[in-house]
Design a protein around this ligand. Structure first.
Ligand code: HEM
Length: 513
């Protein structure tokens, strides 16, 4: 072919590609622009405003909802981002098979957790979730209650030095406790962090890691790992993650070693197969994963197993620890509600207020569960989740084109006056059975819903109720500060209080226990 012919055919190819790209994108832009949202700059869209407001993102979202309604779009360069806070739209997204994938905004999390469950693409996620589901059944979790109780008791003992009514940050106590719980139950390896090492690397390094990851998530160019690798933050992540990975590595190796030594491989396989049908025989999370890995060479690597274990550990530790702290803060501000919780505890434990908690007791703590739910409504520890639209999806009045990132604002969904009149008021009666059934289930989604819903929901309720029951039977939470103080929130992947989760405790008198 002559040079002229070469240039001509290349030019034709480029023109055709440009037309195809334009046709594809013009529909994307057209559908996106039908959705209300703030005006943006050429090319950059709303990127600069979104970044400048990243430190008070909750307030920014509140303003957008107020101005543009329950569906609001923004452009990050050519990328469409749609925020939803109407429970009906949220139900569509969480239940649709077109929106099961996680959006690229989550990419920075990969630097911490690799390709664990939360980030896996749909096919890999399906595979892992099938293996993990039988290890999180009610029957298995009920057997963990003894451990939940023992760990909570250690926490209550450690709290004694703070029963002098001076304020302290409750998370310093709840987090080592939940970390011990998950290490001993789901990972199956006992640890003694609360007494020996409350400043454990998981407790110390995760807060900084969440801060860095949130920063990267709110700067879209860091959604590309290649770019992030040039940032000094990348080196910091590696430094912070290393001791946590080492801790989980040791745990996984220890478990694998003891498991393989205690049974022959064929026995392991037999038990693993029985798990599918026999609920009594089911294995814990890590044992089941090890068994599956050993018996299905090539299905996944030890590194993947480590990432899954690390994610489960992180997912179980922070979420429950902060939620328990929020609950205690709210009970301090609402003494009448704390009294009602105590009456329920007295009904269950009678004269013997020091006796251990059983799974049956926890199921009777209906009012305490209402209190936890109302806490999670006001302070959902994961205030946003993001999904990627694989194929066009229709919500109430708009079509979200394939390639859109959907941001579900759990925080705003939970404060919809249409479902929660006087939404900022703390009122656990909203979760009485009658009131709960009068609302669509998608108006309360702290664990999201649908196929990618939190696997640890039941685990979390049982662990949190145990912690609260043990602490509240021993200590009265005193009023400290005002409810308005609890409005100073920040988004660091999790929803946290700017000034810490401070409470004041007083030991209850024997007669009251
Ligand atoms: C108050 C406690 C908890 C809350 C509010 C909570 C909330 C959530 C939410 C909202 C998600 C979905 C995230 C997303 O789609 O982006 C999630 C996922 C997950 N959570 Fe939880 N969680 C809690 C406790 C736990 C516990 C105790 C465990 C384990 C023992 C756990 C394990 C997981 C796992 C493995 C996933 C990923 C599920 C998947 O993608 O299939 N969580 N959690």
């Amino acid at each position: 072919m002559s040079a002229l012919g070469y240039v001509t055919s290349t030019s034709i190819f480029v023109i055709i590609c440009s037309i195809v790209w334009y046709l594809k994108m013009s529909r994307y832009f057209q559908l996106g622009n039908m959705i209300p949202g703030p005006p943006g700059l050429p090319i950059l869209g709303n990127m600069l405003t979104a970044m400048s407001r990243r430190n008070n993102i909750l307030e920014y979202f509140r303003e957008l909802r107020h101005r543009y309604g329950l569906v609001c779009k923004g452009w990050l360069g050519p990328h469409l981002l749609v925020g939803l806070s109407d429970p009906r739209d949220v139900a569509v997204i969480l239940n649709s098979s077109q929106t099961l994938s996680k959006a690229p905004i989550y990419n920075p999390i990969r630097l911490v957790f690799g390709k664990s469950l939360i980030l896996a693409d749909t096919e890999v996620w399906n595979k892992f979730r099938k293996i993990m589901n039988p290890t999180f059944t009610h029957q298995i979790i009920d057997t963990y209650v003894k451990t939940f109780y023992e760990k909570s008791l250690v926490m209550a003992d450690r709290l004694e030095k703070h029963s002098d009514e001076s304020p302290f940050d409750m998370v310093d106590f709840t987090m080592p406790c939940t970390l011990e719980m998950v290490s001993e139950t789901s990972l199956g390896v006992p640890v003694n962090i609360q007494k020996e090492n409350p400043q454990h690397c998981v407790v110390m390094n995760f807060p900084r890691l969440s801060k860095i990851v949130t920063y990267l998530m709110t700067h879209p160019w860091f959604w590309f790992t290649l770019i992030t690798k040039f940032s000094p933050l990348y080196q910091e992540i590696i430094k912070l993650v290393k001791p946590i990975r080492d801790f989980v590595d040791v745990t996984v190796k220890q478990k694998t070693y003891s498991y393989l030594n205690s049974r022959s491989t064929s026995e392991v396989h037999k038990v693993s197969q029985q798990c599918v049908n026999d609920t009594k025989q089911r294995l814990g999370f890590l044992e089941q994963m090890i068994s599956t890995m050993v018996n299905n060479p090539g299905l996944f690597t030890a590194e993947k197993l480590r990432d899954q274990a690390m994610f489960v550990m992180a997912a179980a530790t922070d979420t429950s620890a902060y939620t328990v702290a929020y609950t205690l803060m709210l009970l301090g501000s609402h003494q009448d509600i704390q009294e009602k919780v105590m009456r329920e505890q007295e009904d269950i434990f009678g004269e013997d207020m020091d006796r251990p908690v059983t799974a049956e007791d926890l199921k009777q703590m209906v009012y305490l569960e209402q209190v936890i739910n109302e806490t999670m409504r006001l302070y959902p520890i994961i205030p946003f989740v993001a999904r990627w639209v694989d194929e066009d999806v229709r919500i109430s009045d708009y079509t979200l084109p394939a390639g859109t990132t959907v941001l579900i604002s759990i925080y705003l969904v939970h404060r919809q006056p249409a479902y929660y009149p006087d939404p900022d008021k703390f009122d656990p009666d909203r979760f009485s059975e009658e009131n709960r059934l009068s609302r669509p289930s998608s108006s309360f989604v702290p664990f999201v819903s649908g196929r990618r819903m939190c696997i640890g929901r039941y685990y979390a309720y049982m662990a949190m109720k145990t912690m609260l029951s043990v602490v509240l039977r021993r200590y009265k939470v005193l009023k400290h500060g005002s409810r308005q103080d609890m409005d100073y929130l920040q988004y660091n992947f999790l929803l946290k209080m700017v000034n810490g989760h401070n409470v004041k405790l007083r030991q209850r008198t024997r007669e009251r226990r």
